[in-house]
Design a protein around this ligand. Structure first.
Ligand code: ADP
Length: 459
């Protein structure tokens, strides 16, 4: 209120000045006419001055108000100052709100779920880009559109119309081949929060898990049924000694089959549940291949020509038991599927880029092209009865693929029906080095010349 006193003094001074003027104009009736004139003059001065200041303040208010309000003295100065201050406070509050809203929307944008807000009429108010992606929407163009006009999946429309949102609903992705899980939550004035999640991968792995359990149950139930049958036979039928021996032999076969299955399942579980083998633990290949050869000769029992790379002086960084199991699986498959008289060869070579390759080739029946991409799937067999008759579990190549991938490498399969197959385990240069464990060879990869295969034909 500091502007009030000067303003009052100005009016009194103006009236006094008017009085003096009145005295000067008409000495007869000085006091009344002078005071009236003075008053009129004072009011005119104040009105003109107020009009000017008011005009300047209004001009500032009409503008963008970016600069400071007119800094006049007195009433208009204080008015301008207070309006400006209040404006600035509001602008600051609005800016803070805007920042908060932006941060909030960025947080929702970063959500791993699609998020969409619908108003009471199910019109889109806002959606993040993931929701736009899931429902095939354009976040800008489709705003204020009714969601059911844009997303017509019957399951979703029925879910929204039913208004019971306790459980999520599943629907196909409108534009893709995936599957969405959509959950609605109501808030505010009949508004809805729509949360969407891509569950394609989850459903696929659930399906795989279900298939796996079904396959395992089937694989175990078959030998169990056979065993139960034989037990019944032994109990109820008077068998000759020869028949009894035969039955016991068949029972042993079935029990072995179950044993192999459980053992392969455990191996797979271990491979999936343990960390990748260390890249600094070096495994000499020579003893690994030597053991594989011994096993192969026992399994082949002289029915095949076996040719093994001899004196392999190289190492692979990884886990010995896993490498042994992978190569044994490949060689055992070659022996099991190659008819008598066939040839099976195992070679080791270091390629130009330093990667190392163990290749197992055979002159067996070969595999038709259409089966190749699925061979490493669990329980996938080209010839089921041949696999089972020779003690196969359908898990061997799955184990091989796991092992080689855990060592940073890959399994390559080439095969031609009637000509045979080649299974290659390719290990990256970083996991391959030349020399035996004793020789102090630098860890730099050195190409090892392909060894002369020592032919060890049996039979
Ligand atoms: P299995 O225990 O049945 O041998 P694998 O996973 O080891 O299971 O192999 C999958 C399928 O690939 C086999 O059932 C067989 O049909 C085919 N297969 C594997 N190795 C060979 C091979 N060397 N020659 C021909 N077929 C093979």
């Amino acid at each position: 209120m500091i502007w009030l006193l000067p303003r009052f003094l100005a009016v009194v001074l103006a009236m006094l000045a008017g009085g003096v003027m009145g005295l000067w104009i008409d000495r007869a009736d000085a006091s009344v006419v002078g005071l009236l004139l003075g008053g009129a003059f004072a009011i005119s001065v104040v009105v003109v001055r107020d009009t000017l200041h008011g005009y300047r303040l209004i001009a500032w208010l009409r503008g963008s108000q970016e600069g400071p309000a007119p800094r006049d003295a007195g009433l208009w100065g204080e008015l301008g100052y207070r309006i400006e201050r209040s404006l600035r406070l509001r602008e600051h509050a609005a800016a803070t709100e805007r920042t908060r809203l932006t941060q909030f929307l960025s947080a929702i944008e970063a959500s791993p779920n699609g998020v969409m807000l619908l108003d009471a009429g199910d019109q889109i108010e806002w959606c993040n880009s993931l929701a736009a992606d899931h429902f095939g929407l354009d976040p800008q163009r489709d705003r204020r559109q009714r969601i059911t006009n844009l997303v017509r999946a019957p399951a979703f429309v029925a879910y929204l119309q039913a208004g019971r949102f306790d459980e999520p609903v599943q629907m196909p992705e409108p534009r893709g081949k995936g599957l969405l899980s959509v959950l609605v939550r109501e808030y505010g004035d009949d508004q809805k929060l729509v949360l969407s999640q891509d569950i394609t991968e989850r459903e696929r792995s659930d399906g795989m898990r279900r298939d796996f359990v079904a396959n395992v149950s089937h694989e175990i139930r078959t030998p169990l049924t056979v065993l139960a049958g034989f037990i019944e036979t032994l109990r109820s039928l008077p068998l000759t000694e020869v028949e009894r021996k035969r039955v016991l032999q068949l029972m042993t076969q079935q029990a072995d089959r179950m044993g192999s299955l459980v053992s392969d399942l455990l191996t797979l579980a271990q491979l999936e549940g343990s960390p990748r083998p260390n890249a600094d633990r070096w495994v000499a290949l020579k003893p690994v291949l030597a053991q594989v050869e011994i096993d192969a000769r026992v399994l082949s029992a002289g029915r095949h020509t076996l040719v093994f790379a001899a004196d392999v002086e190289a190492q692979i960084a990884g886990a010995q038991n896993e490498l042994q199991s992978a190569v044994t699986n490949l060689v055992n498959n070659a022996v099991r599927y190659t008819p008598e008289g066939g040839r099976i060869e195992l070679t080791w070579r270091v390629q130009g880029d330093g990667s190392g390759e163990i290749a197992v080739s055979d002159t067996g029946p070969g595999i038709a092209r259409e089966h190749l991409p699925r061979l490493t799937e669990r329980f996938y067999r080209v010839d089921g009865s041949r696999s089972r008759d020779t003690g196969g579990t359908g898990l061997g190549l799955s184990i091989v693929k796991h092992v080689v991938q855990r060592h940073g490498g890959e399994l390559d399969i080439q095969s031609e029906v009637g000509k045979g197959s080649v299974f290659r385990l390719v290990f990256p240069a970083a996991r391959v080095r030349a020399g035996t464990l004793d020789s102090a060879v630098s860890s730099a990869t050195v190409a090892v010349p392909a060894p002369t295969p020592a032919e060890n034909a049996l039979g």
